[in-house]
Design a binder for this molecule. Structure first.
Ligand SMILES: NC(=O)C1=CN([C@@H]2O[C@H](COP(=O)(O)OP(=O)(O)OC[C@H]3O[C@@H](n4cnc5c(N)ncnc54)[C@H](OP(=O)(O)O)[C@@H]3O)[C@@H](O)[C@H]2O)C=CC1
Ligand SMILES: CC(=O)C(=O)O
Ligand SMILES: [Mg+2]
Length: 653
């Protein structure tokens, strides 16, 4: 322990020597090499001997953004602490001192070394530790003699993973890797994104949530239940990372299309945040998954002896609102107003209200309403190249008028209104929605939930989707019902009889809830459908012709959107930022993708795409005067790229 503290002091002194303040007050680093991380008594991570002081890096540092350079070296804590939420104060050398508040936090971690270094997922490299590192960090004897490159470790990990035939086993193996060697986990995910996305995300994450009680091993995020009422700020302080930039929070009531999974919904924030890092380049330590547990109405879970949540029915009304209010205030108090909060998989009766309430006071967005809208609009705009006509020339029909359905509908109408200068009201009239009671029409308006009311157009009542397709004659059919197999053969055939190239999007997740499969869409439309789905489908062969389908999933949007908001220091989310994200994504569909019938670019390029999305979003943030990170970088795309976390191992001195 003594040696650890000594080493911590030494490294702190090193940092004092290695960084200096330039005339603008920005901390700049003189050194190129990197060493191990140190956690201050305030819990924040420090890395000494920070990397090169490229101007983009320094600019990012001044904004409190932790950046990584491509050679795997790291700049951390070379930041203006005054602009860094939850940070300490600086002495004359610019050295960070913990605030009084930080000193009383339970975290007083020092340099990890030896046995504990191997058990610290943030710094562990397993067999990747070099001979020198093994000497310097008390690792001799704790590892077998071989020194493996990260590439070899990656090949081995992929080989081992592929031995599992059951997707849930692969999911568990990936979670184990994340918990033992975080950088290797992200290297795998980034390098094999198409293969691993269906494992760490939909569809497998859905099954993982259903069985979360049985497979739960270690906390991967924070659980805030009714038991913590009145103590949420204290609970937030139990989380070891102090410089959180993005929170994904759920209350587990509408997990994918699987319904109320209560506390076991935790798999969703964990999965979404792993994509923030892998796809959007946010540091893992900046990401905080949170599940709010107010009970569950899932009888099966309430009776399940392995259930990990509160064994009570859901709190509603004032009790619920008070817990959420305490949570939202505590987050702001602990992390400041620039922390991004993503609402995920709340049931719609809470989702719209929470968004409406907190979008005025916090940096929040609802992924199911807004992220989904942005990705689907991008797909539709791209698809116009294949189906022909403008956005305003299309007629839209949705099955499902909840968060996803009405969120997408509204963004389409907004974009249409911008393109044509027609009033929003007029544009909405081209969009029709069906819910569990049939087509939404004006005669139903009194009994409709508020978010459905704008879509209650004049029409006689229509009961079924098939009748609605026949009556409305849509060019675009969108499934957002959460119910599988609802795009029947008759429905798809009718779409194909009405359109040369019907655009059909089965958004519901996971795969079991998809409104139809890719094979059904292509077979029933005789290969003419343009099809994309929320969960991925493999290639389909019909009459010796292969059909591919894209994944219309908000995973294309939220990582880049989040990066753009964070790098510009946005203080609020605005619809124009979602439109900007959508436009950026649509512009990334290449001719070869269109030639293959695709309306989204492949996920293999997602980090580049995320940087472009981030740049467009940040541009909008600056244009709208909602940015707090000034001055605005000249090249936002390059800046976004330079901010991205890379999973390459760092060298430890
Ligand atoms: N691909 C992606 O990126 C995303 C996909 N989704 C998926 O979309 C689905 C819905 O999510 P969300 O909108 O948040 O859920 P909501 O619960 O908010 O909305 C579901 C809607 O579907 C309607 N519905 C349910 N069953 C039927 C049925 N048999 N026939 C017609 N309508 C029906 C409901 O009707 P009523 O209002 O009458 O109850 C409601 O309007 C989920 O499966 C989710 O996984 C969600 C977000 C993103
Ligand atoms: C993708 C997503 O956010 C959902 O299905 O809820
Ligand atoms: Mg969701």
């Amino acid at each position: 322990m003594l040696s650890l503290q000594r080493s911590s002091t030494f490294l702190a002194r090193e940092q004092r020597l290695s960084s200096y303040r330039d005339l603008t007050g920005t901390y700049r680093s003189k050194r190129r090499d990197v060493s191990v991380s140190v956690r201050s008594s305030g819990g924040g991570e420090r890395t000494t001997r920070a990397s090169a002081s490229a101007s983009a890096s320094a600019a990012a540092a001044a904004r409190g953004i932790v950046m990584e350079s491509t050679n795997g070296s790291v700049i951390k804590e070379v930041v203006d602490r005054k602009s860094t939420v939850g940070g300490g104060v600086q002495d004359a050398y610019g050295e960070d001192r913990a605030t009084e508040e930080q000193l009383v936090t339970p975290w007083s971690v020092t340099v990890a070394s030896g046995y504990s270094l191997l058990r610290d997922p943030h710094h562990n490299k397993g067999l990747g530790f070099t001979e020198k590192e093994r000497d310097a960090h008390y690792l001799r004897g704790l590892l077998p003699p071989v020194v493996a490159t990260q590439e070899l470790q990656e090949r081995k990990a992929m080989h081992n993973l592929r031995q599992y035939e059951v997707p849930l086993q692969r999911y568990m193996a990936m979670m184990d890797l994340q918990e033992t060697n975080e950088r290797l986990f992200y290297k795998l995910l980034i390098d094999h994104v198409e293969e691993l996305l269906p494992i760490v995300y939909t569809p497998t994450v859905g099954e993982a949530c259903q069985k979360y009680g049985s497979i739960f091993k270690r906390p991967q995020g924070l659980y805030i239940s009714l038991k913590e009422k009145g103590k949420i700020l204290e609970v937030l302080k139990n989380w070891p990372e102090k410089k959180v930039q993005v929170i994904v929070v759920t209350d587990g009531e509408r997990i994918l299309g699987l319904g109320d999974l209560g506390c076991q919904g935790m798999g969703i924030p964990v999965g979404k945040l792993s994509l923030y890092t892998a796809l959007g380049g946010l540091r893992p330590s900046a990401c905080l998954p949170i599940t709010i547990d107010v009970g569950t109405n899932n009888e099966k879970l309430l009776k399940d002896e392995f259930y990990i949540g509160l064994r009570q029915r859901r709190a509603r009304g004032q009790e619920y609102a008070e817990l959420l209010e305490e949570f939202m205030s505590a987050v702001k108090q602990n992390y400041g107003e620039k922390v991004l909060i993503q609402f995920e998989d709340f049931a719609n009766h809470n989702a719209f209200e929470l968004l409406e309430k907190y979008s005025k006071t916090h940096l929040v967005f609802n992924d199911d309403i807004q992220g989904t809208a942005s990705v689907v609009l991008a797909g539709i705009v791209a698809a116009l190249k294949l189906v022909g006509g403008s956005l305003a020339d299309q007629r839209f029909l949705f099955l499902g008028a909840g968060e996803a359905g009405t969120g997408i509908a509204e963004l389409i109408a907004l974009e249409m209104s911008k393109q044509t200068n027609a009033p929003l009201e007029e544009c909405r009239k081209k969009i029709w929605l069906v819910d569990s009671k049939g087509l939404i029409v004006s005669s139903r308006v009194e009994s409709l939930q508020h978010f459905k009311k704008p879509w209650a157009h004049e029409h006689e009542p229509v009961k079924t989707l098939l009748e609605a397709v026949q009556a409305i004659k849509p060019t675009v059919l969108i499934g957002s019902s959460g119910v599988g197999q609802t795009f029947t053969k008759e429905v798809v055939e009718t779409m194909a009889s009405l359109n040369k190239k019907p655009l059909i999007l089965s958004l519901s997740n996971p795969t079991s809830q998809s409104e139809c499969t890719a094979e059904q869409a292509y077979t029933w439309s005789e290969g003419r459908a343009i099809f994309a789905s929320g969960s991925p489908f493999g290639p389909v062969e019909i009459n010796r012709k292969t059909f591919l389908s894209g994944q219309a999933n908000n995973a294309y949007i939220f990582p880049g959107l989040g990066l753009g908001l964070i790098m510009s220091g946005a203080i609020r989310v605005h619809d124009d930022m979602l439109l900007a994200a959508s436009e950026a994504l649509a512009s990334q569909v290449a001719q070869e993708n269109f030639d293959a019938g695709l309306i989204y670019p492949p996920f293999t390029n997602i980090r580049k795409i995320s940087a472009k999305i981030a740049a467009k979003v940040a541009e909008k943030v600056y244009d709208l005067g909602l940015a707090s990170h000034l001055p605005r970088p000249e090249n936002l795309e390059k800046f976004a790229e330079s901010c991205m976390y890379t999973p390459i191992y760092r060298n430890y001195r």
